[in-house]
Design a binder for this molecule. Structure first.
Ligand SMILES: Cc1ncc(COP(=O)(O)O)c(C=O)c1O
Length: 381
């Protein structure tokens, strides 16, 4: 049985053009970008070109891009780096209960370091209530971190509205745009964003590289200590091949953005339609909230995550859940718990399906058929 990949929100296959673009960075351009000789200068040029493309992709300046080892590091740098550099102005940070753990655990770390953190609640539709944000803001607030697109549900937060609210406030606005980058138009000026996280492996680039956009004038403290790289904000020899691959992946994502969106929308509709045709009982978590079509999170009443994922895997369908499975027991998804409450069944019977370059209309239909027969078997009385 041919495996079918429906887990692009976890990671994506590397685009062949990305692999091709990376090869010279491993075979020919082996200098250290910090070296002043010819070899180093060629490598530096490669990093600079990537930085230009990354900056242009979000309407930023080149010097506002810091390459990191991925989304996790960028989120950590955004939260911890900004909080530490600005603690003289206040020690209060605001985030939400539905962030990725890269943000949530960084926020928890800040709490241990004496900062206070407000975790905004989430409505059943998966969005925050901006009036709660307004109430939570105080003179002590130095940073607000709210993701653009949630990685479990695909639901889009009102980032532009949040940017407007924060316009007159001293607090900097960070958004984790890992799941939005390459699908949504992200203009940091228009959105009023001061810091933005992106990751390469979610857009058909290599793993282990990403960037943090930091608006000029925003002070952040480096989490590492070492050389002068990345304007001293992220010391360490650059991941040249990774940066080169990310560069290519960004170019492709920009070029194909609308096409990709349309394709994923088609996959989503075909997938949901086929499940319905097969009489599967399910509901879409978050209902019809504004979301990216690449991610859909479905609840299958009368089932549980472990049985679903195990059987999907046996039938060659790769999907995932936000629930952490440890030693046979399931930790309910923190995102769905935030939306529906801890005791709601949807937190333990929901699966995230995410579409991308490994899909075709045919394999999405095939996956829906396999899923339908598994759900039917698991719910048969
Ligand atoms: C919303 C979000 N933020 C951050 C990350 C972490 O990115 P990385 O895997 O590049 O560390 C992910 C990855 O799953 C994500 O979905």
């Amino acid at each position: 049985m041919k495996p079918i990949y429906l887990d692009h929100a976890a990671t994506t296959p590397i685009h062949p053009e990305v692999i091709e673009a990376m090869m010279p960075a491993m075979e020919e351009v082996y200098g250290n970008p910090s070296s002043v000789h010819h070899f180093g200068r060629k490598a530096r040029q490669m990093v600079d070109e990537a930085r230009r493309t990354a900056a242009r992709s979000i309407n930023a300046k080149e010097k506002e891009i810091i390459f990191t080892s991925g989304g996790t590091e960028a989120d950590n740098l955004a939260l911890i780096g900004t909080a530490f550099a600005n603690k003289h102005r206040g020690k209060h940070v605001i985030t939400t209960t539905l962030e990725h753990h890269a943000t949530l655990h960084a926020a928890e770390h800040l709490e241990k370091q004496g900062f206070s953190v407000t975790y905004l609640s989430v409505k059943e539709n998966g969005q925050i209530d901006t009036s709660e944000l307004k109430e939570a803001l105080s003179e002590e607030t130095i940073l607000v971190s709210i993701m653009t697109v949630n990685n479990e549900t695909g639901i889009i937060q009102p980032v532009k509205e949040i940017g407007m609210i924060l316009k007159e406030h001293q607090a900097y606005f960070h958004t984790d745009a890992v799941q939005a980058y390459g699908l949504l138009e992200l203009d940091v000026e228009e959105l009023g964003v001061d810091l933005l996280t992106a990751s390469s492996h979610k857009i058909n680039g290599p793993k282990g590289v990403g960037f943090l956009y930091v608006r000029e004038g925003v002070s952040i403290t480096s989490l590492q200590h070492g050389g002068q790289q990345e304007r001293k904000k992220r010391p360490g020899t650059e991941n040249l091949a990774g940066v080169r691959g990310f560069h290519k992946a960004i170019e492709l994502a920009i070029r194909e953005k609308q096409q990709r969106w349309n394709k994923y929308e088609e996959y989503k509709q075909v997938f949901l339609g086929r499940l319905k045709d097969n009489n599967v009982t399910f509901s879409v978590n978050g209902g019809d909230s504004k979301s990216v079509p690449a991610i859909v999170n479905l609840s299958f009443p009368g089932t549980n995550v472990e049985a679903l994922l195990t059987n999907f895997d046996l039938s060659g369908v790769a999907a995932s859940s936000g629930s952490a499975c440890t030693a046979g027991s399931v930790e309910p998804s923190h995102v769905l718990s935030a939306m529906y409450g801890k005791n709601d069944d949807r937190t333990i019977n929901s699966i995230r399906f995410s579409f991308g370059s490994a899909n075709t209309v045919e394999n999405v239909i095939e996956a829906a058929d396999r899923i339908a027969s598994i759900v039917e078997r698991l719910t048969r009385r």
